[in-house]
Design a protein around this ligand. Sequence first.
Ligand code: TYD
Length: 221
Amino acid sequence: MSIAPTETGNKPVSKGQFISFEGLDGAGKTTQLALLQRWLEQQRISYVLTREPGGTPLGSELRHLLFGRSDLAISPLAEAFLFQADRAQHFADVIVPAIEAGKLVISDRCYDSSIAYQGAAQGVGIELVEQLSLIATAGRSPDLTILLDLAPSQVHVRTHDETRGEHSRFDAESLSFHQRLREAFLALAQNHPERIKVIDATQTPEQIHHQIIALIQALRA
Ligand code: TYD
């Protein structure tokens, strides 16, 4: 989905809050972000919708390097650094200024993706990627992370059904790669139960949407 950082609405929250969405490719984030955007606009809630990688001009270039250059060899460690470079710029230029301006910031993925994809599934190491993420974000974490959880067998069906102009580096990876990813995301959720909320992504889009709204309302209450 091509999301440039977008801003709308006119009701700033008193203190900015930061929400990230996570999940395997094809877990339904795109659909849920569109439904959430519509709801936020109806509620006249001021928000910034952004994404990793690609939430800044540098991020767009890095995104092209990561996903548009199949001719380029990128080692797992180099890949981990590229995602962190995207993140460092994203936090500095988009996320932190918006939080400080009292906005609700929503990011399609954040550092939990690096921990799961590069740290666990690509084998760079969870602790190393956690440390790199801490540096890139200057220690900031989302206030709420919504993890759309789906079995890898379901993900394959959905990913291949989708018509997207750009293919993720990981769409064609094996079932065991996606299984490692899912386990890493679920382990993160277990270790951070206050922050990371797991939603069963086999439910209908409407059911999932209502659960997301309930979580956001609880955060803002
Ligand atoms: P995207 O097209 O945004 O996929 P999706 O719609 O599934 O979010 O591509 C993002 C891809 O990059 C996705 O496969 C996850 C991966 N990724 C990482 O491997 N590490 C990261 O730190 C981030 C943010 C994303």
